[in-house]
Design a binder for this molecule. Structure first.
Ligand code: 1HN
Length: 348
């Protein structure tokens, strides 16, 4: 490991001559770009308490009519990455969106891909590519890149959901844009989770004779996810993660191209220590309470809280209840890292 030359080692005149021609010497910045052993991370293991978010979101409901917001969202910004950059982790955008009784959020599409994960309230819905998708607590709704989507609320109390987008990556690539549209024609059928993909391992026969659908299933009801986790728990040793991935039922691939989604169950008193990995993640608590220790930082979470896990972090998650299970929803950027060829796991 030799000491590399610094900028100051170079004559000022030479440095100026480089700047003048839009040239930069690599060697003074090489170690910063390629740190030894572990990436330099600005992302903090931060916890956003729902008790802090909710009153402020309701206040936004009073302060800002939906027409003045289009989407009424408070962004969960990681202070280590700069609040204005709207990054929960380097690649993951997270917001909490409020829609009130009778409101609609207008139809649009955009190049970033999004998902909605419902936090509270009844009667919300999203129309995606003509398919009307009910939104109940814990339901995952996909709004992939380029598909029209609009939201509405036919219930009474406030509906809140978590938005997760690959916006930071798409924006960094200078490829983020949107198009406004007229309200969609809604097809008069329940969403595909109710008729085409009712049970895993069974897909419509006709799907075999057509190109694999990119997004055949756009809503994953929480009640199915929860019961599947409970079943998986019966054959999983304590301490081994009870975790299910949300996939495309026609291909078995991750359901979205950049961000990955999974659900985790922690049995009463259980602690899991996931393998350290190169992906960053955000976790949202669906049910229960517990503690995460992320790179030594203790995060005490309750229902609806959300926390960020930096790349390469050491993580330990405990369900602190001795009687009730805990359920967490995980967003990570492993699909993108796999596609780019640098996803890694670091077994202890
Ligand atoms: C968006 O389209 C929605 O459709 C929510 O509800 C949050 C954040 C950034 C860019 C687009 C939505 C968003 C967003």
């Amino acid at each position: 490991m030799s000491e590399l030359g610094t900028l100051e080692d170079l004559p000022l005149e030479y440095r100026n001559s480089l700047t003048e021609k839009n040239l930069v010497p690599l060697w003074p910045s090489l170690r910063a770009a390629l740190p030894y052993g572990i990436p330099a991370r600005r992302t903090q293991p931060v916890l956003w308490k729902y008790d802090d978010i909710r009153p402020r979101l309701m206040e936004a409901g009073e302060l800002t009519p939906i027409e003045k917001a289009e989407r009424r969202v408070l962004v969960l910004a990681n202070p280590g990455l700069g609040l204005a950059n709207m990054q929960a982790t380097p690649s993951i955008y997270i917001g909490m969106q409020l829609i009130l009784k009778g409101e609609t959020a207008p139809n649009h599409l955009h190049s970033p891909s999004a998902v909605r994960f419902v936090v509270e309230g009844h009667g919300g819905y999203t129309v995606v590519d003509g398919e009307k998708l009910p939104m109940e607590k814990g339901d995952l709704i996909l709004t992939p890149s380029g598909l029209w989507h609009e939201h509405g609320h036919e219930g009474s109390d406030a509906v809140v959901w978590l938005d997760a987008l690959d916006l930071p990556t798409v924006f960094a690539l200078e490829a983020s844009y949107s198009i406004e549209g007229d309200p969609q024609q809604v097809c008069n059928q329940p969403d595909a989770s109710q008729n085409n993909f009712v049970r895993s391992g069974l897909i419509p026969y006709s799907a075999l004779n057509r190109p694999k659908g990119r997004y055949p299933l756009k809503r994953f009801p929480w009640k199915d996810v929860r019961s599947s986790l409970e079943a998986l728990a019966t054959v999983t040793n304590m301490g081994d993660a009870v975790q299910l991935a949300y996939v495309n039922p026609e291909t078995g691939d991750e359901c979205m191209p950049v961000l990955g989604f999974s659900a985790l169950m922690l049995r009463p008193g259980e602690t899991v220590t996931p393998i350290r990995r190169s992906a960053s993640a955000v976790m949202n608590v669906v049910e229960g309470s517990g503690q995460a220790v992320v790179d030594g930082v203790e995060l005490n979470w309750n229902e609806n809280d959300t926390f960020a896990v930096p790349t390469h972090a050491n993580v330990k998650i405990t369900n602190t209840s001795s009687t009730k299970p805990a359920f967490l929803f995980q967003v990570d950027d492993a699909p993108m890292q796999r596609k780019l060829g640098f996803f890694e796991e670091f077994p202890a």
